[in-house]
Each structure stands twice: as structure tokens, then as C-alpha cells.
Design a protein around this ligand. Structure first.
Ligand code: 5GP
Ligand code: MN
Length: 334
């Protein structure tokens, strides 16, 4: 990582450090942020994490999660925290519009900003942009970052559990974006006492009955398979949101189910939110959903996992998505 010696000298004296991460934070957003926070605390810094919106319940057990300031719940405290920072770390996102109004607060500050992120095409808003699009997760990058600073001995079980959580969720339990290096890191985390079985259980076997029934509803009533385009679509209407009392986090992982069908190369999960229609995309192999999200839905992400939004209604968005498919038929056929 370049600039690491400059960052090391910035961190040589105790500072007020803010860590921020993307809206609808997932395991990697929260895991990488908390992993970095516990490390920075060991260096003697004062630290605070802010997130634009709530994190899902299955992450609440992580040490320090309860101290995260959520903009949606407390905009005043968020503003105070952003204003107080000497250094702002931006984790697991590549453009300030991914953190909503927190982005406006961060943009206004002229303090040192450091991005650590693994998404494609990072914006150039930070003083230091640590971007590794080959990394499985930002959590893996936090491990690399601490190691590059020469502080690997400060990675303990607590930091390890945070980092392991992000790796686990972003790789779908070691299914995607793995590498020999990743397994080397994970092996070191287990040696520190991280209990992989316990964490897998806490993170993945934590659904509520309602969430599992909602998945059943999606597969039974809301799934469409377009064989010609090797594409699967699941949609959820406003009525579904009301009938199932769907809260943030309840739809986590539904889109991935479509990829379990042998010939499905691309999966789309299209949901009617209060003001927008949200589109979540996944793919197998070389087909890039990042290009579709960026080109047609004002979004982005990774080759195999991306998302975006539409301001047309649900039906019009689904129609638009289907109308795109003939353009990608050749790529999907491979
Ligand atoms: P998910 O489908 O789980 O919400 O997101 C999958 C991936 O796509 C994540 O890496 C996320 O950062 C990215 N992503 C999702 N929605 C958006 C969006 O609206 N804009 C951008 N730029 N990226 C998104
Ligand atoms: Mn991530």
C-alpha cells in the first residue's frame, strides 16, 4: 500500500478519529469499521463510528456495535462527531453519495480523509485512497492495513472477530472472492482464538420465522426465471412490505437464492421502497452486473454483486430491466 508511511506518521500522535461506512451497513461495513476502531483504540486514539442507517440485528453482538452513531436516529450527534474529527476513515464505500447526508457533512470537512475500500472505480475525494478491488472485503483490507503499518501484533481476538465477520459475509462463507492470501489471514485469525463455528452460527443461523416465511413467499410467488437470458428475478411490492412487516435486513440474502439454479447466470431482486425502487444484482463467473448497475440504475458495486435504484415504479423498472436483457444475451450465454 502506498502512502503507508505518511499515514503511519499521522497516526503517531493521539487523534480524534471518525470512521464512517455505507448506508444499510452489512457485515463487512460494520466488521471492518469495528476492527479498525479497536485497533486505533489500542494506539491511543479517540474513535467514533457513524453510519447513515441502522445495521441488522445479526451484527449487534460485535464488540462496540452499541456505540455506533446512526444518522437516521441521531443526526445531531452525527454532525457533532463529524465536526470533531481530525481524521475521517471512509470504509467499504467508494463515493460520498453512498453515505447520504453524512456525505455532505464529510465533504464540508477539510481534515485528512482516508478511504479503505474494495469496490470498483473509487471516486477521488479522499487524501489517501487505499483501493484493492481484488480484496474479498474491506475487512481483509483492514487486516492488510494494520499489517502494513507494522502492527500485526495488535490484532487480537476482538479485532479478529470483527474482521472475520466482514470476510465471512462478503465472501458468502468463503464462496466468492477467495484467494490463498485470504485463507492465510483467516488461518491467522483462527490461531488468535476466533471461533469460526460460533461466528457462522451467530451470523447465518439467526433468521426470524418471519424472514424464513418471507423467503418462502419470494420463491413461491414472486420469482420469475427467464431461461432464454439465464436470468432470475424476484420482486417485492409495497403490499408485500406491509403484509410481512418487512424491516431493513429482512431481505438480506434473498437475491443469492436465485443463483442456486444451475443455469441462472444473473439474479435481480427488485423491491418497491417508499420513494425509490431498489435493484440488487448478482452474477456468476465473468458476467459483470456492475456494468448494468452503473449504466442503467445509477449504481455500482462489484463484478458479481452490485446495486442501484430507479425512480420509475416497480412495474416500469422490471420492464426496463427485462428490456435490457437482449443486449447482454451473448455475454450471458457464455
Ligand atoms: P446489495 O445488493 O447487497 O445491496 O449490494 C451489493 C453491492 O452493490 C454492494 O457492494 C454495494 O456496495 C453495491 N451497491 C448496492 N446498491 C448500490 C447503489 O445504489 N449504488 C452503488 N454505487 N453501489 C451499490
Ligand atoms: Mn464490502
Amino acid at each position: 500500500m502506498h502512502n503507508i508511511s505518511e499515514i503511519k506518521s499521522l497516526l503517531a500522535e493521539p487523534k480524534q478519529i471518525l470512521i464512517t461506512t455505507h448506508r444499510n451497513p452489512d457485515g463487512d461495513a460494520i466488521g471492518s469499521s469495528l476492527g479498525l476502531l479497536h485497533y486505533l483504540n489500542k494506539l491511543g486514539h479517540t474513535t467514533q463510528i457513524v453510519a447513515p442507517s441502522e445495521y441488522p440485528d445479526f451484527l449487534a453482538w460485535l464488540k462496540g456495535a452499541e456505540d455506533i452513531i446512526i444518522y437516521d436516529n441521531d443526526p445531531g450527534a452525527t454532525e457533532t462527531a463529524v465536526k470533531a474529527a481530525d481524521i475521517i476513515f471512509c470504509l467499504d464505500f467508494n463515493s460520498l453519495d453512498r453515505i447520504d447526508k453524512v456525505g455532505d457533512l464529510v465533504r464540508k470537512r477539510d481534515c485528512t480523509k482516508i478511504m479503505i475500500d474494495h469496490h470498483l472505480y473509487p471516486d477521488d475525494f479522499a487524501h489517501y485512497t487505499l483501493s484493492d478491488t481484488t480484496a474479498s472485503s474491506t475487512s481483509e483490507m483492514v487486516f492488510d492495513f494494520v499489517e502494513a503499518l507494522g502492527d500485526k501484533d495488535l490484532i487480537d481476538k476482538v479485532v479478529g472477530e470483527c474482521v472475520f465477520t466482514g470476510i465471512l459475509t462478503d465472501t458468502g462463507s468463503f464462496k466468492y472472492s477467495t484467494s490463498p492470501k485470504l485463507f492465510r489471514i483467516v488461518s491467522e485469525l483462527l490461531a488468535l482464538g476466533v471461533d469460526d463455528y460460533k461466528l457462522q452460527d451467530q451470523i447465518f443461523n439467526s433468521m426470524t420465522e418471519k424472514q424464513l416465511r418471507l423467503l418462502g413467499h419470494c420463491l413461491d410467488n414472486r420469482m420469475e426465471i427467464l431461461e432464454e437470458y439465464k436470468t432470475g428475478i424476484i420482486t417485492l411490492t409495497k403490499e408485500d412490505y406491509a403484509n410481512f412487516d418487512i424491516q431493513r435486513g429482512d431481505t438480506e440474502g434473498i437475491v443469492n437464492q436465485l443463483l442456486k439454479i444451475k443455469n441462472v447466470q444473473m439474479a435481480a431482486f427488485i423491491t418497491e421502497q417508499p420513494t425509490i425502487v431498489k435493484i440488487s444484482l448478482r452474477s456468476k463467473g465473468d458476467f459483470s452486473v456492475q456494468q448494468i448497475a452503473q449504466k442503467h440504475f445509477k449504481g455500482g458495486g462489484h463484478k458479481n454483486a452490485a446495486g442501484g435504484a430507479s425512480f420509475q415504479g416497480l412495474k416500469a423498472t422490471v420492464r426496463k430491466f427485462k428490456e435490457l436483457l437482449p443486449n447482454y444475451k451473448d455475454q450471458l450465454a457464455r
